[in-house]
Write a protein that binds this ligand. Structure first.
Ligand code: URP
Ligand code: ZN
Ligand code: ZN
Length: 460
């Protein structure tokens, strides 16, 4: 099957030009002006922007968490991602404490294989680092193509590791050519504040926010950055939300240390005033919580300064019924919010259209950097000869509204209900196949492939 995209304006992380794209099979064959080549199908992209497929490196699909499962499966989540222009996601495998990484991987494979509609990869979350886990790191990197290892400095008793385990893991991961990523918040401080609020009868969602003040994230981020510097391990902070945490990364640049930073779309656009809506605030209960307007400004600036490298989602949806598990106690509200489908359009509308970031920066943080940082470039994350034909055809002028009534995520609310956006995903190709067109998904579950990733250098 061949396909010709005519007359589009192609945007990559570092270029912006008009050309045609000829796709043969799964990959881009030729890019050039006025290509006169016969194709099985032609798409006219006049007046449209043509982006590489988006990559969301932080999603939780069908994940057991806080006594329930996140409500999007690998099928519904990757399909919704495609509707929103994201062609590849990286999901998290969670090691169970006392069990092996291989057991966890087998469990996640059983849920994802044959179900994913879009392409996916896995990070491995190490929740119990010991002599046995240590031996498995090499296997993950060399055999499974899993080169990033997630750690939690919070969620004590379930996911959190201590600094002794962190240092050991960093040394081994560095040795094997991988990267350590982190949920950087001080779990002990947070647990103390949660208990204090509960003891005082302060049980509404607002106290979720007040139990995780900025200092809990700034402190843990600095500690993580220092441990990464000491061990020389490539390092990445997931869902960074605030000025204090970003300053820890900024300070590290003074000693020529590079730590990658991901923020998520919600931290750029939403703020903590949403927690004042009584129980409705549960819709935005996530960790870390939404912050202040000044933090949003810091994050937008951080993107333009090259300190914030990726805009992801931390997509971890729960139905309202699941959120109600914490109706009487904020600490029982499953943490997470849905955005896998909305990231690319929100970032375009609120970022590019409103003049906060350039088109090239948009592609860099939503498509190219995730591929580069996580060992998928240039197969993914760009439009180039030989790359996978993962392509988004985007109308920069179309206006539309976000709503749970029309989204494709398996969740019964939207964190952005009624938001009016400018710019809409029209057609999405995944490995040369038309996946989304005319608001319909044209590929079936099982089309999504597991993407094995390369070793990483910690540089881009
Ligand atoms: O609230 C969140 N972020 N839920 C998902 C788990 C995590 O910490 O990333
Ligand atoms: Zn987290
Ligand atoms: Zn997460």
């Amino acid at each position: 099957m061949s396909l010709l995209i005519k007359n589009g304006r192609i945007i990559t992380g570092d270029s912006d030009y008009g050309a045609d794209i000829f796709i043969d099979g799964e990959t881009v064959h030729t890019i050039g002006k006025n290509l006169s080549v016969k194709a099985d199908r032609e798409i006219d992209a006049t007046g449209k922007l043509v982006f590489p497929g988006g990559i969301d490196p932080h999603v939780h699909l069908d994940m057991p968490f806080m006594g329930t499962f996140s409500s999007d499966t690998h099928e519904t989540g990757t399909r919704a991602a495609l509707f929103g222009g994201t062609t590849t996601v990286i999901d998290f495998v969670l090691q169970k404490q006392g069990h092996s990484l291989q057991e966890a991987l087998a469990e996640w494979n059983s849920r994802a294989q044959g179900n994913a509609v879009g392409d996916y990869s896995f990070h491995m979350a190490v929740t119990d680092f010991n002599e046995n886990t240590k031996k498995e790191i090499k296997v993950m990197v060399e055999k499974e193509g899993i080169t990033s290892f997630k750690t939690f400095m919070a969620y004590k008793g379930a996911l959190m590791i201590d600094d002794r385990q962190m240092i050991g893991l960093m040394e081994e991961v560095r040795e094997q050519g991988g990267m350590v990523t982190v949920h950087a918040t001080n779990g002990d401080m947070i647990d103390y504040l949660i208990q204090k609020h509960r003891d005082e009868g302060k049980l509404s969602p607002l106290y979720h926010y007040l139990s995780q003040p900025e200092v809990t994230e700034a402190e843990a981020s600095e500690r993580f950055v220092d441990m990464a510097n000491y061990t020389g391990c490539p390092a990445y902070i997931v869902h960074l939300t605030c000025e204090g945490a970003l300053n820890a990364v900024r300070n590290a640049t003074r000693r020529n240390q590079k730590v990658f930073v991901e923020t998520c779309i919600q931290y750029l656009l939403l703020d903590a005033s949403l927690y004042e809506k009584d129980f409705e605030g549960a819709k935005w209960v996530m960790s870390p919580p939404l912050r202040e307007k000044k933090d949003q400004e810091t994050l937008w600036a951080g993107i333009n300064q090259g300190l914030v490298n990726i805009v992801a989602t931390d997509h971890c949806p729960f139905m309202l019924k699941q959120k109600k598990m914490g109706e009487k106690d904020f600490s029982k509200i499953p943490n997470g919010h849905p955005a896998i489908e909305n990231r690319m359009e929100l970032l375009y509308s609120e970022g590019v259209h409103k003049g906060k970031i350039s088109l090239n920066k948009y592609v860099e943080v939503a498509c190219t950097n995730p591929a580069k940082i996580f060992g998928m470039f240039p197969r993914k994350g760009t439009i180039a000869v030989g790359s996978d034909a993962d392509i988004v055809i985007f109308d920069p002028n179309e206006e539309h509204k976000l709503s749970a009534a029309t989204h494709h995520m398996n969740v019964d609310y939207s964190g952005y209900e009624g938001w009016q956006l400018t710019g809409k995903v029209k057609t999405v190709l995944l490995r040369g196949k038309i996946a989304i067109d005319k608001n319909e998904c044209l590929i079936k579950k099982g089309f999504g492939k597991f993407i094995k990733r390369k070793k990483v250098s910690g540089k881009i």
